[in-house]
Design a protein around this ligand. Sequence first.
Ligand SMILES: [Zn+2]
Length: 239
Amino acid sequence: MSNRLAAAAALVPVVLAATLGVASADSAQAAARPGAAVVTLTYDDSQAGATWESAIDQAVANWNAAVHNVHLQKAASPGSADYTYVATDGWPQTTLGPIVPGGAKGEVDLGSQALDQGYDATRVTAHETGHIFGLPDDYSGPCSELMSGHGPGPSCTNAVPSAAEAAQVDENYAGGAGALRAGPTPSSPTSGPPPRPLPGPLPGPLTGPLPGPLTGPLPGPLPGRPPAAPPDARWSMSR
Ligand SMILES: [Zn+2]
């Protein structure tokens, strides 16, 4: 009897120690392998033409040198690419990411009008690639930032992300591809909608009479609330 109690009491600290040991080993392992969650994004440039070829190569190299949690790599075949570079005769514009493997595919439209106006092809391509990573436009930013786009003017040829831009991209991909797919990016029909407005009015409940006119202030645009972000982010919003 007293022997059994003594044995049970002796076991408690052993079990606790074992549990704590496992937990700290997991933490140490995760911290020691930061590269384990790197997301590889593949791209296709077969529709970008010779005009943009070197710009794409350089823009991809610049981003790969600056970020750690996501890596760009040419796709084995066009159909398998997570996003595509396409040469157009319009203005550059891009699907706003973060694009993730297995999620909605992205498209970078490399518009020749930006080149016609004297903008640097590599900076344009690096800027648009920033949208693939989920970075928004900030046209008022300095030339040292990619996402200032056309803002600093055609004389700005910087095609390297700022430290803050690289850090934001690393944050966007910090959870790895699995965590990103399970998050806001749609991977199943039941998860949230993709960040694109539906064409036309929403299919709300249309049967029955509409609710009468509201008394009091009209539900107009909310004061001080900017409009929702556009589905596509552009080099310039001016055209
Ligand atoms: Zn842009």
